[in-house]
Design a protein around this ligand. Structure first.
Ligand SMILES: CC(C)(COP(=O)(O)OP(=O)(O)OC[C@H]1O[C@@H](n2cnc3c(N)ncnc32)[C@H](O)[C@@H]1OP(=O)(O)O)[C@@H](O)C(=O)NCCC(=O)NCCS
Length: 167
């Protein structure tokens, strides 16, 4: 079942295999180094918590323009042994800055709590100021740095490791 957030113009629901084309369409325009279809399939197969956001036509007039786009965001998180790890949080560039990233993040916190996780972890590119601003605003603190973790053209970029309590 999906839930339309009042006034938000989108609905969050669990990702299924049939969503993968739409998920990849968002992933490929939002990231310079997107995940492959195989990675998303593996996440579904192993039972990670995978969400998609779809426009809710009719909730606000400008949604009509987004109608040909089946999905506008997605998120993936693993949860086990008292911890959850945010692995992907992605909003279509046309939909960024409307609160969708935060809403998906808050939904993942609820899912983490429901799975007895007391701490949430994530890694983010050190240059990704927008994502870091969101994570800090939602209670994450830097707890480490992985040097050269991400590809970045002909060099590597550091990952900032962040964590926050969920209880
Ligand atoms: C990072 C991302 C998920 C944020 O989603 P979003 O829907 O744009 O964010 P929201 O509208 O929910 O904004 C939440 C917060 O993010 C931050 N933010 C959003 N847009 C921002 C901008 N242009 N500049 C700086 N911070 C920004 C703010 O802290 C904002 O809180 P505020 O509205 O109270 O000021 C989205 O930009 C995205 O998908 N980026 C590409 C993929 C990516 O980098 N994912 C993160 C991987 S770790």
């Amino acid at each position: 079942m999906s839930v339309v957030a009042p006034g938000a113009g989108f609905a969050l629901r669990h990702m299924v295999e049939a969503d993968l084309l739409g998920v990849l369409a968002v992933e490929n325009v939002a990231y310079p180094y997107p995940w492959t279809e195989g990675i998303f399939r593996d996440c579904l197969r192993v039972g990670y918590h995978c969400l998609v956001a779809e426009p809710a036509p009719g909730t606000v007039p400008w949604l009509a323009r987004a109608a040909p786009v089946p999905l506008v965001g997605h998120a993936v998180m693993s949860a086990a042994v008292g911890e959850c790890h945010l692995l992907n949080l992605c909003v279509h560039p046309d939909w960024q800055g409307r609160g969708l990233g935060r809403r998906m993040l808050l939904r993942l916190f609820s899912i983490g709590r429901a799975n007895n996780a007391d701490t949430a972890f994530l890694e983010v590119r050190a240059s990704n100021r927008r994502a870091i601003a969101l994570y800090e605003a939602e209670g994450f603190c830097e707890v480490g740095l992985r040097r050269g973790y991400y590809p970045a053209g002909n060099r590597r970029e550091d990952a900032v490791v962040m964590a926050r309590p969920l209880l």
